[in-house]
Structures are given as C-alpha cells and as structure tokens.
Design a protein around this ligand. Structure first.
Ligand code: NZQ
Ligand code: ZN
Length: 383
C-alpha cells in the first residue's frame, strides 16, 4: 500500500425531508448566496423546501449555472456575491452547480486572474464556506474537494482539486432525484462506475480493503444500475445509488492506491470540443481505453473479471476480453452509447484530441505513459 494522507471534513446529512436541516446547519446571521442551475429545482419542490428552511436567513439567489459550469457565468456570480457581502455559499443542484460554487468561493478571495486557480490548485486557500443540496447523484462533488470548470470561449475544460474546496456539509435526499430525466440517471450511473474504476483499475497495490470497497461499489452498480434507469422513484434503490455516487469519489477508495484518471482527462477534451456530456465521453472512451492498456492492467483486469462480473472462463486473455465486453454492454444497458460515430463524431477527432494532449505536454495514467500517440489509438478504437 502506498503512503497517503487523508482528510474528508464534509458532513453528510442523508434522507427524506432533510433539506429542512439547512435552518440550523447554516449559522444564523450568515449572509447566504444560493446558487442554482437552470430551474429544475422549481419543478420538484426543492426550491420551496430550501426557501422555507432559510426563511430567517439573509439570502440572495444566483441562477443559471449551466451543465459544465462556465467560467464567465461564474465570474458574474462572484460579483453578485461580493456586492452582497456574502459569507456563505449554498449550491442547490447537480455537480455543475456545486463545482461552480466551489470555484466562486475561491475566486471571491483571490486577487489575481481567477483562471489561474483552475490551472494551479495550489493557489486555493481557506475561503467562504460552501455547502450543498445535491440533486443529482453522479460526480461525488458533494463530499470531495474537486471541481471541473469549462471556459467555452477558450474551448477548455479543466479539473482542479484542493483540500480548501470540500463542502462544509451536503444534504442528500434521495426523493429529490425522482424528477431526474432518464438520461441523467444513465449518465450518473456511468460516471459513478468510472470514478470507482479510475481508482481501482491500475495494478495490484496490496490495498485489499480499498479493492473490496471499490468492488462493492462496482458490484452494487451492476445490480441496481439498470433498475434505477428504469424506475428512479424507488426510495431504497435511489438511496443506494446516491450513496454509491458519494462513496465512489470521496477519497476513501483512493487511499494508498495508484490512480489512473486518463479516461476522465481525455473525456474533458471531448466535452470541450464536441459538447458531449461528461459521462457520454467516459462510456465511449473506456472500452477502447481498456483494450489499449490491457497488458499493463492485466492483473487487475483478471481480478475485476472474477470479482465484479464473476466470469469463469479459464483462458486469461479470453477472460479479460470478456470483462471489457461486459463493461461496454453494461454502459449500453444503462442507456449510453459506446462509440463516437453514434454521436456523429468521425476520424478527424483522432488528430484533434491528440493535438490537445500534445500541446498540454502532459502524459496520463498510472504509469504516465498515455501520451498523444496512445490517445490516437484509443480514439481510433472508439470511433
Ligand atoms: O440546471 P438544472 O435546471 O438544475 O438541471 C440539471 C442539468 O440540466 C439537471 N438536474 C439536476 N438535478 C435534477 C435535474 N433535473 C431534474 N431533477 C433533478 N433532481 O441535470 C442536468 C445536468 O446537471 P449537471 O450538474 O451538469 O450534472 P452532473 O451532476 O453530472 O455534473 C456534471 C459536471 O460535473 C463534472 C463534470 O465534468 C461536469 O462538468 N464532474 C465533477 C466532478 C467532481 N466535482 O468531483 C467529478 C466528475 O468526474 C465530473 O468531471
Ligand atoms: Zn466523472
């Protein structure tokens, strides 16, 4: 097991009717800016529940944080927060609203060009506290210090993380997820699955507990994934799914293990260039990615085949191929496409995406060997 340090200060408040806890969780006297997306919260009573809970607090609202939150929108929110002397931020929505709000908090107390924060998370500092009412299980943003910000004018989408960006608390009420459109559930199941995979599918690191935790999340998703896509009004199913999403990216399964994240990084480029949803990028890239990296991930792929998919095939190569096939079929069964041509993206993507990786001068993966050439191979196989 590798050395690690671990901190996760976020309080999770889980269950039916828990939005009312806002009244006491946010200290009275705080000047609160509530941030929202495009309006889904008005149709499912979340907005009303939040307003009732905060009826005795000073609140100002900022609306319009879009999916893949845009830097320029967020700068407008910073101005509103500063004009109102806000000293508490409450994100009400999905991962985009919360990621955007984490950035707003950091930008509020940063005196230089705030894009620098996204490019260099070391610049993050303790800032205005952020909390959330999470309405979309997927990103794990409710219990982590990560944010992913898009800058459409520059065709950029970058992730950054800092221990100063953990939410103070997050309220998870599975009932608020009933209103999600089916394709967002499909996205969420695949994103959650991929968060577990990015931390698990590397090489054996003698981290038995973390392996079992990750496999527990993966196995649970293979059991309930299709069910939640078909019926997302079953409280117990949605509770389990919601907690899978939180646990997949709150750093527990990442303790002391090598991590990959190449698929996420390449996926952010696909979103920046072609506008695909985050999870759509993961579902098209990952089967191809595993085919390209299967030699170096061999031991873990065999473990995954055995423990997650219970594949009994004796021949190790066939077993690995079957596990990759099962993964792709799972993504399809929960409702996502797994090939780029299904999104009308053709072979020009090979050069476009590889060029971006080259320009950035970064190599990805647990072995730091996923360079522009490897990216070309992956995109070609994903076409
Ligand atoms: O904007 P509104 O009207 O609220 O509608 C949203 C949005 O259109 C809607 N929605 C959310 N909750 C709903 C609902 N509709 C009905 N009922 C509800 N209960 O869903 C749409 C998508 O929302 P969004 O927040 O964009 O989705 P998600 O939570 O998947 O977040 C995606 C963003 O998170 C980043 C992604 O890259 C992307 O930018 N990620 C963040 C991570 C993190 N912070 O740790 C890790 C992830 O790997 C990911 O990269
Ligand atoms: Zn993700």
């Amino acid at each position: 097991m590798n050395n690690f340090s671990f901190v996760n200060p976020t309080k999770i408040i889980f269950g039916k009717g828990q939005i009312s806890q806002l009244a006491t969780e946010i200290p009275s006297g705080k000047r609160v800016m509530i941030t929202f997306g495009g309006g889904s919260v008005r149709s499912n009573s979340v907005y009303d529940q939040v307003k009732i809970a905060l009826k005795n607090h000073f609140t100002v609202e900022f609306w319009g944080i879009e999916p893949n939150p845009d830097y320029e929108t967020l700068l407008k929110a910073v101005i509103v927060a500063q004009e109102n002397n806000v000293d508490f931020l409450l994100a009400v929505g999905g991962g985009s609203v919360l990621d955007g709000t984490k950035f707003i908090s950091q930008a509020m107390s940063f005196n230089a060009d705030p894009w620098k924060l996204v490019k260099n998370a070391q610049l993050c500092k303790p800032s205005v506290p952020v909390a959330s009412v999470m309405t979309l299980p997927a990103t794990g943003s409710e219990m982590n210090g990560r944010a992913v910000i898009s800058y459409r004018a520059k065709k950029e989408k970058l992730a950054f993380m800092s221990e100063h960006m953990f939410p103070k608390f997050s309220i998870l009420d599975p009932e608020v997820t009933y209103s999600l459109p089916t394709h967002q559930i499909s996205n969420g199941v695949v994103d959650t699955f991929m968060h577990a995979m990015e931390q698990y599918m590397t090489y054996p690191a003698q981290a038995f507990l973390m392996d079992r935790w990750a496999e527990g999340i993966l196995k649970t998703l293979t059991e309930i994934g299709e069910k939640v896509v078909k019926d997302h009004t079953n409280y117990d199913l949605m509770s389990n799914y919601m907690l899978c999403a939180t646990m997949a990216l709150n750093d527990f399964i990442g303790m002391g293990v090598p991590q990959d994240w190449a698929t996420h990084r390449i996926g952010h480029d696909l979103t920046a260039v072609y506008g695909l949803d985050h999870a759509q990028t993961l579902a098209v890239l990952y089967p191809a990615f595993l085919k390209v990296t299967k030699a170096e991930k061999r031991d873990k792929l065999l473990q995954y085949a055995e423990r997650v998919w219970e594949i009994k095939e004796k021949d190790p190569d066939k077993k690995i191929d079957a596990a990759i096939e099962q993964t792709e079929q799972f993504f399809r069964r929960v409702g996502l496409k797994t090939r780029l041509h299904e999104y009308q993206i053709n072979d020009e993507a090979v050069e476009i995406v590889a060029e971006r990786v080259l320009l950035r001068g970064i190599v990805y993966g647990e072995h730091k060997n996923i360079d522009a050439d490897a990216v070309k191979k992956i995109i070609r196989l994903a076409l």
